[in-house]
Design a protein around this ligand. Structure first.
Ligand code: NAD
Ligand code: DAU
Length: 354
């Protein structure tokens, strides 16, 4: 079996569902269930004995040691993290604690477990660390996309904390021989995406008749990948990646934020016409920029294509249509996650805006 951390969040839940749709190998899913973790993402697995959910912290060494001892997983895929850049600007402490300190405790527990495995199991064991393109910093318009050799230049507390965790993972391979793999992926979108992030926030706000808050001039560029393509890339790296290597994952799909928001509005105009017949584009509002906002990310995903034969299946057009269709069909999921603490975050974060 495998151990997945953070498997109740956006990407982790998509990964667990895809894994069990394609394999009978069981999954232990360890998730703290922070505001971003949601068991509703996994309701289709209720009663499925291949899925063992454990609520707990990757920083809890005793819990990790006992889970590893009891289940003897052949691999760990580490998704668990604090993931939202704006929250890291308002309150970096949780990011340092989870993404650095707790990842360190996880690595220590995994090292002890791996040290005590039989030599055959040691050879096949993998620790796959899921990271981000943001560790590479920001690109100007004409600079080439990030390769795996690009220097680390993280600019936000979030990306700095992820960079630190990447360095720890690397060090555990070089120093202790732990068989690690690291993936650095671009911006994901798709089902279960928490509506604090650009694409789901725009869909949810549009449908609620609220302003669509575009930071600064809206010309920041992100490289978007449908979440199921990220999951297939992780499975491929786990199967065939070379131990100690880093693989960049991306969709070859750079778009300025304002274009993303306009595409969403245009599709919603077709699929869920506004009651007054006007376009959702009318809800777009430019707001104060994010402090330290990275201008452009772009992933050069040629290594994973060349060495492991992976490439994305979805185009942005097909992926965004699936995403919007999912949000339209899952209004209950949206209502459940946009109550309580979510409301407080939105009010606090966007309060200074017109
Ligand atoms: P998310 O915020 O939706 O989910 C994170 C999950 O981790 C939640 O379920 C949360 O409860 C859990 N968690 C947080 N702290 C924990 C802890 N201490 N112990 C156990 N569980 C804990 O995040 P996501 O967008 O699904 O991202 C998953 C991973 O992928 C993160 O490591 C992130 O840095 C990385 N990543 C995300 C993107 C993206 O576009 N979302 C792109 C590249 C990489
Ligand atoms: O690049 C990978 C990263 O992508 C992941 O590592 C992070 O976990 C994930 O959150 C994401 O980070 P971003 O900061 O790029 O994503 P976010 O959805 O927050 O913002 C995308 C872009 O949209 C960014 O340029 C900021 C802008 N934006 C965002 C919000 C929430 C707006 O213009 N308005 C908004 O209200």
């Amino acid at each position: 079996m495998i151990l997945v951390t953070g498997g109740a969040g956006f990407i982790g839940s998509n990964f667990v569902l895809d894994w069990l749709a394609q394999s009978d190998e069981a999954v232990i899913n360890l998730d703290l269930l922070t505001y971003a973790g949601n068991l509703e993402n996994l309701t289709s697995l209720l009663g499925d004995t291949r899925h063992i959910f454990v609520q707990g912290n990757i920083g809890d060494s005793t819990l990790i040691a006992s889970l590893l001892q009891q289940h003897q997983p052949r691999a760990i895929i580490n998704f668990a993290a604090e993931s939202h850049v704006d929250r890291s600007i308002h309150g970096p402490a949780d990011f340092i604690q989870t993404n650095i300190v707790s990842t360190f405790h996880l690595l220590e527990a995994v090292r002890t477990y791996w040290d005590n495995l039989h030599v055959d199991a040691q050879t096949t064991f993998r620790f796959l660390h899921v990271s981000t393109d943001e560790v590479y910093g920001s690109l100007t318009k004409n600079e080439p996309a990030f390769t795996e050799a690009h220097p680390y230049q993280p600019n936000s507390p979030y990306s700095a904390s992820k960079a630190a965790s990447d360095h720890l993972v690397r060090a555990y391979h070089h120093t202790y021989g732990l068989p690690v793999l690291t993936t650095n992926c671009s911006n994901n979108y798709g089902p279960h995406h928490f509506p604090e992030k650009l694409i789901p926030l725009m869909i949810v706000n549009a449908l609620a008749g609220k302003p669509l808050p575009v930071y600064g001039d809206g010309q920041q560029i992100r490289d978007w990948l449908y979440v199921k393509d990220h999951c297939s890339a992780i499975r491929r790296v786990l199967d065939a990646g070379t131990v100690g290597e880093v693989y960049n994952i991306g969709g070859w799909n750079e778009k300025p934020n304002i274009e993303i928001v306009r595409i969403i509005c245009t599709l919603l105009d077709q699929l869920h016409t506004r009651a007054d017949g006007k376009s959702y584009n009318e809800q777009i509002t430019y707001v104060t920029d994010r402090p330290g906002h990275d201008r452009r990310y772009a992933i050069d995903a040629s290594k994973i294509a060349r060495e492991l034969g992976w490439k994305p299946i979805e185009t942005f057009d097909s992926g965004i249509r699936k995403t919007i269709a999912w949000y339209l069909a899952n209004q209950d999921w949206v209502s459940n996650v946009t109550s309580g603490a979510y409301k407080n975050w939105i009010e606090q974060h966007y309060k200074a805006q017109p």
